[in-house]
Design a protein around this ligand. Structure first.
Ligand SMILES: *[C@@H]1O[C@H](CO)[C@@H](O)[C@H](O)[C@H]1NC(C)=O
Ligand SMILES: *[C@@H]1O[C@H](CO)[C@@H](O)[C@H](O)[C@H]1NC(C)=O
Ligand SMILES: *[C@@H]1O[C@H](CO)[C@@H](O)[C@H](O)[C@H]1NC(C)=O
Ligand SMILES: CC(=O)N[C@H]1CO[C@H](CO)[C@@H](O)[C@@H]1O
Length: 679
């Protein structure tokens, strides 16, 4: 090592030590995710519907795939490749499921025997040196094909999702998607030669939240070459043979349906030489097809039928045009996602919330606070099962809201307290000077300017709990944030007919003192006061009022120094800024990295984009902290580094209380706010 290299190494070590000294924690919310409890299950197609749980009940396990082994054993062990989010990161695992005491001569089904499981971690976690989402795995011999989000596109509102292959023996990883393009939902042809994907092409992401505007492309699995568009408008391809691809599309009549594309045998093919036709009829939604390779003309699909709030797996026979229910008889009140078939098509696999009880002792509780691995070593990142969390000034407590209710919990997840269980509250903030005083606003969220919402303060440690109303008039007064001296509250209010920022007295409310900080025919909201008192960060659509596009801005409390901090791009949405305890960075949620999976393959997310990012106040060091296809939001930054192992508290109830995609609802809409699975 040369001297200057030693100096540089020492300098890097020195920088890292500084980062470590300032170790802090960020807590955020992911819509629904804490309640997913996904495991992969399987059902036989033509036998008694004994549902079998294939994954081990830890974390969430989803998007499975039965790997066809090359062994010519009549009853080979089942190999299940799937995505798991255990240990706070996205990884791909392979489980070899075999059966104890199986008398092979009697050819008993795997379902009738005791399962044993051996687990291999194929890829993911931090083993590749970078944290990212991994999704939709397939194995072709030694080659793992999957989606990963580990490469920054460097462009706002462009998805990082791309297809990669990793040769498991050598760990050689190759990008198969061209640069500048996002690919989703890869499917490898039965011969392994071709891979089909849903691709954004060069058009990128236009802000779609239901169906992405994707086309289907096919390329050589080995190296991504010979890439050609085969279908305009389609997603979730699945091969029946090397020239037949099933896919889904939302038809002009509004129904999601399965279509087939027949590729010409004389390659190379073009989009004009491909014949496509609709397979499933209107009158129900059918999507996420899995084509049978063993039984031509059979596909497994997920459906949402009119008057049902649940997604079920059904089999569709193309020749007879008939559906066969698979999961409805087993768990009628559970949502079942993304079917896949065993190589001999005797079983269908899917994932669903494991629900409560009855499935065995290995099931662990879902976590109230779940540690998420990040690329920034000094930051401990947690997902909380609640909204609008905020840390107390010493970092020892977290206030958050439920729907409804206002709650406080110790930062290790213990000492959970209901403050007001039955009020609709949103964003919380702590008083930096008065111990145990929190601020929030009560009233409906996402409401118009004249909705009755007011800011309150609550003394948590008082003998008798009560709240004090600080704003008056109820004109959508929300998002309180306190100055570091504890004297002032900045908040947004709709009192002028527009949402702008105001500053009032923290103790006596607007009766004590009130000044208007921003003024204009737009929306300024989600404000946060910097730790040194000099800045207020906020989200605003002032660059394009009423467009729904939000960017982050900063302003001095005296109304000078306004500047834009970050805008993810034209029509972009960046929200919920929060300063780091040292005031040098902000954390926020943004659509900067667009969508990472087809939204229909997940439960409902109002906005299936939204990852947590940090950035320096000068706009440098933009860092993506979360990588998933969910809606991550409302981050808050606290002064204490929480250890992952210190916060593993179960939620305490086991309800699969998340919703399937609301935009699939047709007919009678039931109350789906609190769904319990029956499994
Ligand atoms: C990609 O793989 C195919 C098939 O193995 C091969 O014919 C072709 O030369 C390769 N192309 C590149 C660019 O490596
Ligand atoms: C909560 O509030 C709602 C609406 O005001 C009311 O219907 C319900 O009975 C309340 N529940 C409890 C437990 O107080
Ligand atoms: C406004 O406040 C900032 C910092 O908070 C300060 O630097 C600046 O001088 C002030 N400007 C005026 C006009 O008071
Ligand atoms: C490396 C690591 O943290 N492994 C843990 C992953 O999660 C499982 C259970 O969810 C633990 O048993 C492992 O120790």
């Amino acid at each position: 090592m040369k001297t200057h290299q030693i100096i540089i190494s020492f300098f890097l070590f020195f920088i890292q030590s500084i980062v470590a000294e300032a170790a802090t924690s960020i807590v955020f919310t992911t819509n629904g995710r804490s309640r997913y409890g996904f495991d992969i299950f399987s059902l036989p197609i033509n036998a008694t519907p004994n549902e079998l749980r294939l994954t081990d009940g830890h974390s969430v396990n989803f998007n499975g795939y039965f790997h066809q082994t090359l062994i010519t054993d009549p009853t080979p062990p089942t190999q299940l490749v799937y995505v798991t989010e255990r240990n706070g990161s996205s990884s791909i695992y392979l489980d070899v499921l075999s059966h104890d005491g199986l008398d092979r001569s009697r050819k008993r089904s795997i379902l009738e025997s005791e399962l044993t499981l051996s687990q291999q971690h194929l890829i993911g976690g931090s083993d590749a040196g970078s944290i990212s989402m991994k999704d939709r795995p397939s194995l072709v011999g030694d080659l793992l094909i999957y989606v990963s989000t580990h490469e920054d596109t460097g462009v706002g509102r462009a998805s990082w999702a791309a297809i990669y292959s990793t040769q498991l023996s050598t760990r050689l990883t190759r990008r198969l998607t061209p640069q500048g393009i996002a690919d989703f939902s890869p499917s490898v042809s039965p011969s392994g030669l071709w891979t089909a994907v849903a691709s954004s092409g060069e058009n990128g992401w236009g802000g779609e939240v239901e169906e992405l505007n994707t086309d289907i492309y096919v390329f050589l699995t080995q190296n991504g070459s010979s890439r050609v568009k085969v279908v305009n408008h389609g997603g979730w391809p699945s091969w029946a043979d090397d020239s037949t691809i099933f896919f889904h599309r939302r038809g002009d009549d509004g129904w999601w349906s399965i279509y087939v594309a027949i590729l010409p045998k004389n390659k190379p093919f073009t989009v004009d030489s491909v014949v496509t036709r609709r397979i499933t009829p209107p009158g129900l939604h059918a999507f996420t097809p899995a084509a049978s390779v063993a039984q031509k003309g059979i596909i497994a699909v997920a459906t949402r039928r009119p008057n049902s709030d649940y997604r079920h797996i059904e089999l569709y026979d193309i020749v007879s045009g008939s559906f066969k229910d698979l999961t409805r008889a087993v768990a009628p009140r559970a949502n079942h996602y993304n079917p896949f078939l065993s190589p001999d098509s005797s079983r269908v696999g899917y994932h669903r919330c494991r629900g409560s009880g009855s499935i065995g002792k290995m099931v662990e509780n879902d976590l109230f606070l779940e540690n998420i691995q990040t690329p920034r070593p000094g930051i401990s990142l947690f997902r909380i099962d609640g909204s609008f969390p905020s840390f107390s000034p010493d970092g020892d407590r977290i206030a958050y809201v439920g729907l409804p209710g206002l709650y406080v919990v110790n930062s290790d997840g213990s000492g959970h307290r209901e403050i007001f269980p039955n009020i609709t509250a949103f964003s919380t903030a702590w008083d930096p000077k008065r111990k145990g005083v929190i601020y929030t606003s009560i009233g409906p969220t996402f409401a118009s300017v004249d909705t009755g919402v007011d800011i309150i303060s609550v003394e948590l440690d008082a003998d008798e709990l009560s709240f004090k109303k600080l704003s008056i008039g109820g004109q959508n007064n929300a998002f309180p944030s306190v100055s570091p001296d504890g004297k002032w509250i900045v908040f947004r209010s709709g009192r002028s007919g527009h949402k702008n920022l105001y500053i009032m007295d923290a103790h006596d409310g607007e009766k004590g003192s009130l000044t208007q900080l921003t003024d204009g025919p737009w929306s300024d909201t989600m404000c946060n006061w910097s730790p040194n008192g000099d800045w207020i960060a906020f989200a605003s659509d002032r660059h394009n009022p009423g467009s729904g596009s939000f960017a982050l801005y900063m302003i001095h409390p005296n109304g000078t120094g306004l500047r834009q901090l970050i805008h993810s791009g034209s029509a972009g949405r960046t929200n919920h800024p929060w300063f780091s305890p040292d005031g040098k960075y902000i954390v926020f949620t943004s659509d900067y990295a667009a969508v990472s999976a087809e939204p229909i393959s997940n439960p409902h997310h109002y906005q299936p984009y939204g990852d947590i990012f940090t950035m320096k106040l000068d706009g440098s060091e933009l860092t993506r902290l979360t990588h998933n296809s969910y809606e991550d939001g409302t981050p808050s930054w606290g002064p204490k580094f929480l250890m992952a192992e210190d916060v593993e508290w179960p939620i305490g109830e086991k309800k699969c209380s998340f919703e399937d995609c609301q935009w699939l609802a047709i007919g009678n809409k039931h109350d789906v706010a609190n769904i319990e699975c029956s499994g």
